[in-house]
Design a protein around this ligand. Structure first.
Ligand SMILES: C[S@@+](CC[C@H](N)C(=O)[O-])C[C@H]1O[C@@H](n2cnc3c(N)ncnc32)[C@H](O)[C@@H]1O
Length: 149
């Protein structure tokens, strides 16, 4: 397998501590996805979508733990049941709102990546799963415990 970035994230976050995390964290920060000029024609018709999946690399993360302790809970969980940066394949997935496009630059809202993060792929966000079929696992349980305490 060999992959190359299709572009890079540009945003104000230069240190992980600047990115909201933990219970109730909201991701409203704006930034841009700077796509390589030679790939610009691959963005044709993207403006019609309100939200995008961004697949990217945790390029400033090293190694992994099979049990992760997310800031949203006081108990560890299997890394594949979390969004922890330290994972066997350090791939990130973020849904962003597409605010606008200037050529190869997509202006987006909802970034949780550091400035300069390499982007592997972009796809339109589509979900056909009805809300009442979605289970939120340990996260729902942790939220319920917090409400009770
Ligand atoms: C919990 S992860 C979730 C990322 C993504 N939404 C996901 O689900 O894959 C978000 C955290 O990753 C870290 N992070 C962001 N960009 C990174 C990068 N390029 N390399 C390493 N860590 C990064 C920051 O600490 C940020 O708070």
């Amino acid at each position: 397998m060999k992959m190359e970035p299709i572009g890079f994230v540009r945003c104000a976050f230069t240190h992980p501590a600047q990115i909201p995390k933990g219970p109730g964290a909201e991701h409203t920060a704006e930034g841009s996805l700077e796509i390589l000029p030679e790939l610009e024609s691959g963005l044709r018709d993207i403006e019609g979508f309100s939200h995008l999946f961004v697949v990217w690399v945790f390029d400033r993360s090293e190694g992994y733990d099979l049990l992760a302790s997310p800031p949203t809970d006081d108990r560890p969980h299997g890394v594949f049941a979390t969004r922890a940066p330290r994972r066997p394949n350090p791939i990130g997935l973020t849904v962003v709102e597409l605010v606008g496009r200037d050529g190869p630059r997509l202006r987006v809202r909802g970034v949780d990546m550091l400035d300069g993060t390499p982007i592997l792929d972009i796809k339109p966000y589509l979900s056909g799963i009805p809300e009442d079929r979605i289970r939120r696992g340990w996260l729902a349980e942790a939220e319920a415990r917090r409400r009770e305490s």
